[in-house]
Design a binder for this molecule. Structure first.
Ligand code: BTN
Length: 251
């Protein structure tokens, strides 16, 4: 497959001076690679795609498995200085979903779902560069299943983008997302989560559903607050879940 590296670059460079697009045949993890570069002082805005990841990472210390050709794995790294970081992964989810398909739902805080199956995930990491007043180098890693793959011990088999967009390959998916993703990050930097709240709500996969949190709490999800916290109505009243350490699933 030919990657639309130049076309993606052309759509973004005016928004992000110094922007580069790079396609690697193999790397441990695109997030890890951009983090290594940032620590070595290389903080120019970069879209890094890997055809194969040998140590892909997910949230909560989990791994991220993907098969070359059947998935899209990439990270966008750029300096970012929002006043408030809360809700960033939700804003990214909204941008990705809007760029791809109306039927993609968002499962708080950073999963892309189709009909209750996982289509993809978002892993955001940041690193301080220079003094604390400087923008943090922000790495937005996205993994998307393009074609169905075996459940591999998962309770539900994953979803695949081809179910929704049979004609779209990994390169086309990347091209569709690149510019909206950058625009979303820049809007988030300026205005925070507020501008994404309504769009998140229309795609909220957990809205009004019984949920169980990994800390044992159960209740009913009632959307997200102004800063992107998940609102759960529990026996003890309404709880705002913000912790990145908590996972949530429909009960
Ligand atoms: C999750 O669902 O827990 C997040 C998965 C994020 C996977 C992507 S693939 C590209 C980037 N590099 C990684 O190692 N992880 C992210």
């Amino acid at each position: 497959m030919r990657w639309p590296a130049e076309a993606s670059w052309e759509r973004v460079v005016a928004l992000l001076p110094g922007f580069t697009v790079e396609i690697l045949p193999e790397v441990d993890s695109t997030n890890t690679e951009l983090m290594r570069r940032a620590r070595a002082g290389r903080t120019e805005p970069t879209l890094l795609v890997a055809e194969r990841q040998t140590a892909g990472r997910g949230r909560l210390g989990r791994g991220w498995q993907s098969a070359p050709g059947d998935s899209l794995t990439f990270s966008l790294g750029l300096p970012l200085a929002p006043q408030d970081w809360s809700g960033l992964s939700l804003a990214v989810g909204v941008a990705v979903a809007d760029a791809l398909h109306a039927d993609i739902r968002l499962k708080w805080p950073n999963d892309l779902w189709v009909a209750d199956r996982k289509l993809g995930g978002i892993l955001i990491e940041t690193a301080a560069v220079g003094d604390p007043a400087q923008p943090r180098f922000t790495i937005v890693g996205i993994g998307l299943n393009l074609a169905a793959r075996p459940a591999e011990g998962l309770s539900t088999p994953p979803a695949a983008l081809r179910e929704l967009l049979p004609e779209v390959d990994a390169g086309e998916a990347l091209l569709r997302m690149a510019e909206p993703l950058v625009r979303a990050l820049q809007a988030f930097e300026q205005f925070g989560f507020a501008g994404f709240h309504a769009r998140f709500s229309t795609r909220d996969a957990l809205a009004d559903r019984a949920v169980a949190l990994s800390d044992g709490t159960t209740g009913t999800a009632h959307g997200v607050g102004e800063q992107g916290a998940l609102l759960v109505h529990t026996a003890a009243g309404m709880v705002a879940v913000t912790s990145a350490e908590v996972s949530v699933r429909p009960a």
